[in-house]
Design a protein around this ligand. Structure first.
Ligand SMILES: [Zn+2]
Length: 355
């Protein structure tokens, strides 16, 4: 028996995970999860469990381990986390996003909330359990996936498709989100998630006239594209209520006495406080501008949309893209594409041509 408890090492594990940059840019250009997976596997093996690392693509590594339960006939439980994080722009941070600084009793860094914190908690509890020699009632499969932040194709999707035997006998899975409370009508309530939102990638393509950046060009593809994105982004989509959402809203009415008014849904949603943004979304199909591409280079950023200026790449020259060389930065791409998300997922992007 060891004296080390989960509480003693959870902060250190979280910090060490944050210090491993696993930024997921969604296009495979990030550092990948291999280093974090090896670190995680090391923690698992250190307490005598067998860890398996598998890669869906170079560097895109996930880790799985199974802790045997007392009753081998009982169904298994999956407890999973993800090792990747969304990118962090250093200039927008007051601390190093990968420094995992401990300040004011909090750990600061990318992934401190989503979800290296919970990864660390899972690992610390697992290690505590393994060290104590206590067995859980049923098998617990601990999984730490790659690529959660960009669709899961290289993480959970790959594991389920290619390595289903790792999850043999599992009937339930637990991971991040869910279980947090909201104060509605003065009462503490717990929200129940019944489904995950899907996405449908749409690609908008605008054409304009090619031209040198030093000259006036009133037929500009990027300008046209930006106008289309603005129109779609500001469009008020009709409210659609699924039976589940309807039931939820009825529950809120019960707690607050405020009736749902389809012409003014915000009146009821305002009762939800900080969770209104989550709950309001299932009522509509929101278009979310996510990624822009001008000429052949992509710039994906969570809070700004901008054309890419580089023209020096080989494919760019084929696209007759001209670089801005005057003092005024002018969007100069001949053809620009834009993708937006809405509710239903489809594998192939649908393309909208902007007239
Ligand atoms: Zn997450």
């Amino acid at each position: 028996m060891s004296d080390i408890r989960a509480e003693d090492e959870v902060v250190r594990i979280c910090q060490e995970l944050i210090r491993i940059d696993t930024s997921n840019y969604g296009d495979g250009s990030g550092p990948g999860e291999r280093v974090a997976a090896e670190y995680t596997a090391g923690l698992i093996e250190e307490v005598g469990l067998a860890a398996e690392i598998f890669e869906s693509a170079p560097g895109r590594a996930s880790v799985v381990t199974r802790m045997a339960g007392e009753d081998p006939s009982a169904s298994a439980l999956v407890v999973h986390g993800h090792l990747d994080v969304v990118p962090a722009l250093r200039e927008q941070w007051s601390v190093d996003p990968f420094g995992a600084e401990l300040k004011d009793g909090l750990i600061w860094g990318r992934g401190a909330v989503d979800m290296k914190d919970m990864d660390a908690m899972i690992l610390a509890v697992m290690r505590d359990l393994a060290r104590s020699g206590r067995k859980p009632k049923r098998d617990i499969i601990f999984a730490f996936f790659a690529d959660e932040e960009a669709g899961g194709e290289y993480g959970a999707r790959y594991a389920v498709d290619k390595r289903p035997e790792l999850f043999e006998g599992a009937t339930e899975a637990i991971s991040e989100v869910g279980g947090f409370s909201a104060t509605i009508g003065g009462q503490r309530t717990y929200l129940l998630q019944t489904a995950e939102k899907g996405i449908s990638w749409l690609r908008l393509v605008a054409h304009g006239r090619a031209g040198h950046g030093s000259q006036i060009n009133t037929d500009n593809a990027v300008t046209r594209l930006a106008a289309a994105v603005t129109r779609i982004g500001e469009y008020k989509w009709p409210i659609e209520l699924t039976p589940t959402t309807r039931q939820f809203l009825d529950g809120v009415t019960e707690l607050t006495g405020v009736e749902f008014d389809p012409d003014n849904p915000d009146r009821l949603l305002d009762q939800l406080g900080t969770v209104a943004r989550f709950v309001g979304q299932p009522c509509r199909t929101p278009p979310i501008p996510r990624c822009s591409r001008a000429a052949t280079s992509t710039m994906s950023s969570p809070n700004r949309l901008r054309p890419w200026w580089t023209a020096g790449r080989s494919r760019a020259s084929r696209n007759t893209c001209w670089r801005s060389c005057g003092s005024l930065p002018v969007p100069v791409s001949r053809s620009a594409t834009f993708t937006a998300t809405s509710r239903l997922r489809s594998r192939l992007p649908e393309t909208w041509w902007i007239p």
